[in-house]
Design a protein around this ligand. Structure first.
Ligand code: BGC
Length: 245
C-alpha cells in the first residue's frame, strides 16, 4: 500500500491530504490554506511547503495546477497569474519541500482519480472528464490512458471560450437558470462529441453535487454521469500520479 501526499492548488484554496493510492481514499482529514492573494509562484510554493510539513508522509508529492503543464512547467495562465508561464513549478515546489514533486493539470488529476476509483472505473473506450468551476477543465482517456493537457474549456463556442459561457462561475456570475446553463453546457458537449465521439462523459467540479438539477436537462448523444470523488478528486489524482513516477 502506498500512502502519498496529494495537493490540489486552486484559485481560492490549496488543499492537501495523504492518500492511500490503492484505495483512492484520504487517510487523514484535508488541510486547507487559502490561496495567497495574487497566487504568485513563491507565495504558492510557501503554502505547498506548509501543507507538506503538516503531514508525516514521505515519498514523492503530487500537486495539481489549473493550467497546461508540460514536464512540470505551466504553459498557460487562463485563471492564474501570468508569471507562472514558463516557471518550473515542479522544481520550485521540490526545492521548497525538499522531496521529489510532480505537478500535473488539475482536470487531468481529477480524471485520473475518477478513472481509477470513481465514475470511470472499468469503463473502456474514450472517456471525457469535464470539471466545471471557475473555468472548465478537461481530461481525456482512451483505453484508460490519459491524453494530457486537453483544454476543452477553451473550445470556441459562438465566438467565446467554452468556459466563459458554461463554467459554474458563468452560471453564478450571470445568474443563469439551470435550463439556460444546461443549454450552454450541452453546446460544449456537442462540440466535443463532434470531435471525439466519446463513450462516456463525467461531469465534475463542485456543481456536480447538484447534478440532478442539470444532467436531466442535457440532450447529448453520449452517456453523461456525475463524478464520484467530488472535491477529493484532485488530491487523490495527484497522489496517484505521484505513485506512477
Ligand atoms: C485552464 C485549464 C484548467 C481549467 C480548470 C482552464 O482555464 O486553462 O488548464 O484545467 O481551467 O481549472
Amino acid at each position: 500500500m502506498a500512502i502519498l501526499l496529494g495537493i490540489d492548488i486552486g484559485g481560492t484554496g490549496i488543499k492537501g491530504a495523504p492518500v492511500d493510492t490503492d484505495r483512492g481514499a484520504l487517510t487523514a482529514d484535508r488541510f486547507r490554506i487559502p490561496t495567497p492573494d495574487g497566487a504568485l509562484p513563491e507565495d504558492v510554493a510557501r503554502v505547498v511547503g506548509e501543507i507538506a510539513k503538516h503531514f508525516d508522509v514521505s515519498g514523492t508529492i503530487g500537486a495539481t495546477f489549473p493550467a497546461v503543464i508540460r514536464r512540470g512547467v505551466p504553459l498557460t495562465a487562463a485563471n492564474v497569474d501570468a508569471g507562472w508561464i514558463g516557471t518550473d513549478a515542479q522544481a520550485l515546489f521540490a526545492a521548497e519541500v525538499g522531496r521529489p514533486t510532480i505537478v500535473i493539470n488539475d482536470a487531468d488529476a481529477a480524471g485520473i482519480a475518477e478513472m481509477e476509483h470513481g465514475a470511470g472505473k472499468d469503463r473502456s473506450g474514450t472517456v471525457v472528464m469535464l470539471t466545471l468551476g471557475t473555468g472548465i477543465g478537461s481530461a481525456v482517456f482512451t483505453g484508460g490512458v490519459l491524453v494530457a493537457n486537453t483544454e476543452f474549456g477553451h473550445l470556441d463556442i459562438r465566438g467565446k471560450a467554452a468556459e466563459e459561457r458554461a463554467s459554474d462561475k458563468a452560471r453564478e456570475g450571470e445568474d443563469l437558470s439551470w435550463e439556460k446553463w444546461a443549454h450552454r453546457l450541452n453546446e460544449v458537449i456537442a462540440e466535443i462529441e463532434s470531435l471525439l465521439w466519446p463513450d462516456l462523459v463525467i461531469i465534475g467540479g463542485g456543481v456536480s453535487k447538484k447534478h440532478e438539477k442539470f444532467l436531466p436537462l442535457l440532450e447529448t448523444k453520449t452517456e453523461v454521469v456525475p463524478a464520484q470523488l467530488l472535491n477529493e478528486a484532485g488530491i487523490v489524482g495527484a497522489a496517484i500520479a505521484a505513485s506512477r513516477v
